[in-house]
Design a protein around this ligand. Sequence first.
Ligand code: C2E
Ligand code: CA
Ligand code: CA
Ligand code: CA
Length: 280
Amino acid sequence: ASKSDGCNAYRFYEPNMDEHAHKRFVLENSLRKALEGNEFLLHYQPKVDISSGDITAFEALLRWNHPDLGLLSPAEFIPLAEETGLIIPIGEWVIRHVCAQNVVWQKEGLSNLRIAINLSGYQLQQQNFLEFVEESLTDTGLDPECLEFEITETVIMQNPDFTISMLNKLRDLGIHISIDDFGTGYSSLSHLKRFSVNTLKIDKTFVSEVESSATDAAIATAIIAMGSSLNLRVIAEGVETKGQLEFLKEKLCDEMQGYYFSRPMPPEKVTEFMRGKQIR
Ligand code: C2E
Ligand code: CA
Ligand code: CA
Ligand code: CA
C-alpha cells in the first residue's frame, strides 16, 4: 500500500512497487535532471539519394547517456518525456543543438548540409513553437533550408487543421517537412494536398518485408508511385539489405536510409564520414 494509515500521506517509493513502476519512478526523477546534467546527445544517420549516391541530409536521433543505466534509446524515454511535459525543454534542446552543430560543421567546410529533427506532437502545439524555431535560426545564423522536421502522419491527423497551418508556416520559412512513418497511420490524402510537404518517408516495417511480403511490397510501391505523382520525394527508412535496396531502386524510390548504408553515428564521426563525399 502506498498510503500510510489515516493521514493521506503518500510515500513515493515502496519496495514492493512492481518492477515497471519502479523503473518509471527512477527514470522520471533522473529525466528531470538530464538536461542540466548535459546527458543528452544526438547521433546522426545519413539519407542517401539512390540514383546518385549523394548524401542529401542527416537525421538527428536522440540518445540519453543515463548515469546508471548507460545509453538509452528514445523508445525508452520519449513516451515518459511526453507524459511529463519534459518533451518541451528536451525538444527545444534538440532544435538548438542541431542548429548550432550544423553551423559548426559548415565552418568546417560541410556546406549546405541539411539536418532533420523528429518532432513530437506536443511541441507543435506549443504557442511559441514557431517563434522558438525562428529564434534558433536567427541566433545561430543557420539557413532554414538546412533544417528539416519529420512529423508522423498520426500527429498530423490528431489535429489536422492546426498542424497543417503550423507546418505551412514552417514551410514558408524555408524549412523542409517530411511525413515520418508514412503508411502506418491513417492520413487522409485530402490533407496531404493542403500543405506543401517535401517528402514522404516509408516506414521501416514495410521496407523490412518488401522481399518477403507481397502486401508490404505493394504498399511500398504504392507510396512511391503516389509520391511521384504528387511531386513529392519519397525516402525509405530501415534499409538493411542489398535486396531491399534493389527493390527500391527498381521502383524508382528517391532516397534511402538504413544500416545497409550507415548506422546512426556520433557527431565526431560525421565530418570524417563526409570527407570526400559529395553534398548537394
Ligand atoms: P524514427 O523517426 O522512425 O527513426 C528510425 C529509427 O530506426 C531510429 O531508431 C533509427 O536508429 C532506426 N534505424 C535506422 N536505420 C535502421 C535499420 O536499417 N534497421 C533498423 N532496424 N532500425 C534502423 P531510434 O534512434 O531508436 O529512434 C526511435 C524513434 O524515436 C524515432 O523513430 C523517432 O520517432 C524517435 N526520436 C528519435 N529522436 C527523437 C527526438 O529528438 N525527438 C523526438 N520527439 N523523437 C525522437
Ligand atoms: Ca524520423
Ligand atoms: Ca519509422
Ligand atoms: Ca517515428
